[in-house]
Ligand binder design. Structure first.
Ligand SMILES: O=C(O)c1ccccc1NCC(=O)[C@H](O)[C@H](O)COP(=O)(O)O
Length: 223
């Protein structure tokens, strides 16, 4: 199966176009006011129109209520909801039923104990995004540019598609994929020149490196 590459936290027409032209499979839009990547509904509507089915639109929310999700549906019509808060398994089921969209549940990872939540989520979610657990004093649960120990996923036996994220960049994405065997990679800080400021050259370099990793790891696996 082909590797999925997600560029998250896009907020300008120019950098969204760069990600689309460079072949991103998924483009992430953050709807979380404390984030430097937060989008207004109108900005989400405008950027969503630009995607034109060239990639999957991912709406990223944190413990959002139904009214917020309704507004995002109306503005962006996302292909996937990425739920990056403390959403329960029951809430995942509720959102899937109410909005009829696949949900990707972010699972914060710091130690192996964090994987205990997986079976419950895996029974309902359509995919999992493993991300570095945010420090207790963080202003947001993700997009912090810090990796977790990828070896924690080394013996993962998950039937669901999963992505790895957290502190990825063009220089470490190959190793992250080799260790985690993830089917997708997700990046935000690692393609920014400053918090919330996406860099076109960094976006292109990350996608190039991820595609090269996919080829390299496939070669290794057939040897
Ligand atoms: O990106 C944000 O600002 C953000 C805010 C609140 C919750 C999640 C957020 N990002 C989630 C993502 O999917 C990021 O791409 C992921 O955490 C990796 O971020 P980074 O370590 O900066 O590459």
């Amino acid at each position: 199966m082909s590797l999925l590459v997600k560029i998250c936290g896009l907020s300008t027409r120019e950098t969204l176009q760069t990600a689309l032209d460079a072949g991103a499979d998924m483009v992430g839009f953050v709807f979380f006011p404390p984030s430097p990547r937060h989008l207004s509904l109108e900005a989400g509507r405008e950027l969503g129109r630009q995607v034109k089915q060239r990639a999957l639109k991912v709406a990223l929310t944190v413990d959002a209520d139904d009214a917020t999700l309704d507004n995002i549906m109306d503005a962006l019509s996302p292909d996937i909801f990425q739920l990056h808060g403390k959403e329960s398994v029951a809430r995942l089921r509720d959102i899937k039923q109410r909005f009829g969209r696949p949900v990707m549940k972010a699972v914060p990872v710091a130690t192996s104990a964090d994987l205990a939540a997986l079976p419950g989520y895996a029974a309902v979610a359509d995919s999992i995004l493993f991300d570095a657990r945010a420090p207790k004093d963080a202003t947001r649960p993700g997009g912090l540019g810090e990796p977790f120990d990828w070896h924690l996923l080394e013996n993962l036996d998950l039937k669901l598609p999963y992505m790895v994220s957290g502190g990825l960049h063009a220089g470490n994405v190959t190793e992250a994929l080799r260790v985690t065997r993830a089917g997708g990679v997700d990046v935000s800080s690692g393609v920014e020149s400053a918090p919330g400021v996406k860099d076109p050259e960094m976006i292109k370099a990350f996608i190039r490196a991820a595609r090269a990793s996919q080829d390299a790891n496939q070669e290794l696996s057939v040897r």
